[in-house]
Design a protein around this ligand. Structure first.
Ligand code: OAD
Length: 247
């Protein structure tokens, strides 16, 4: 694919870059997206009916086991060249923020540092009742453990349907979208709000905005540049075009 000079130049010179990633960036690691994660034993459940406070209240064991299954899938996956290219880009830019909707932790495992997790993380836990974070060295696979403070049930620290995004994370995401010179929106369908607003916030604030996706979707025609290719291939190619051989 021909990479436009305008993007190469901006990658080289921007002092401030913000990236938003979605499930697509982990696809080449073999992590199924939220929507197609339902296979085998779980095929008969609708994720929207498992990922909610009401579902947990109704059947905490079932919801806990579903997350244990997803955690095992992710634990067996490895960061792909797209994750690694973003970690490399961060090392070259003074002000770099990676906002992710993913809960798989693969950006951290690839070496990214300044990661804003908008939808939480599968490997963190908190109490369903008092909301405090709970440290677990290993998560039991079958039953949710009890909160050491109040005895409430422990849940994964992810955002469920009907819940607010963590306010600190959202504030940091908006601030970085507003101040960046270059905004890359990678592997997200751009339909889940408010995350989908971030590239548009960046564009209104004057950033050069770029979408990377395998196929046109809701953001098509709404940003400055759209590149349609797998992120695990395109991101390393962008790094090579801007900075020479990969670090
Ligand atoms: P989606 O599953 O909605 O969209 C994944 C996007 O990645 C699609 O636009 C694909 O075309 C694209 N894609 C797939 N493979 C790709 C690849 N190799 N390279 C580049 N792009 C690729 O995932 P998200 O947009 O992340 O929320 O979904 C947003 C949120 O919806 C999730 O975080 C989750 C869900 O409800 C919560 O759990 C709160």
């Amino acid at each position: 694919m021909q990479i436009p000079d305008a993007l190469i130049e901006r990658l080289r010179t921007a002092q401030s870059i913000t990236v938003l990633t979605g499930a697509g960036v982990s696809a080449e690691s073999g992590v199924p997206t939220f929507r197609d994660a339902q296979t085998g034993l779980w095929a008969r459940y609708d994720p929207a009916e498992l990922a909610s406070p009401a579902a947990f209240r109704a059947n905490p064991t079932l919801v806990w086991q579903w997350y244990a299954y997803r955690r095992a899938l992710v634990a067996a996956a490895m960061p792909n060249p797209g994750h690694l290219a973003l970690a490399d880009l961060e090392r070259r830019v003074a002000d770099f923020t990676l906002i992710t909707q993913n809960v798989d932790g693969l950006h951290h495992r690839a070496g990214s540092q300044n990661v804003v997790e908008l939808h939480g993380n599968l490997f963190r836990y908190r109490c369903f009742d008092d909301n405090e974070l709970v440290e677990l060295t290993t998560a039991p696979p079958d039953e949710p453990p009890r909160c050491p403070q109040c005895g409430g049930l422990v849940r994964p620290d992810v955002v469920w349907f009907g819940e607010w995004l963590p306010s600190e994370a959202w504030r940091a995401a908006v601030a970085s979208a507003e101040r960046c010179e270059l905004f890359l929106c990678i592997g997200t369908s751009g339909v889940v709000r408010p995350a989908a607003d971030l590239p548009l916030i960046a564009r209104s604030a004057g950033a050069y905005t770029v979408e990377i996706n395998i196929a046109p979707g809701a953001l098509d025609g709404r940003l400055d540049l759209h590149l349609y290719a797998p992120s695990g291939q395109l991101l390393p190619a962008l790094m090579t075009a801007a900075f020479g051989a990969a670090a």
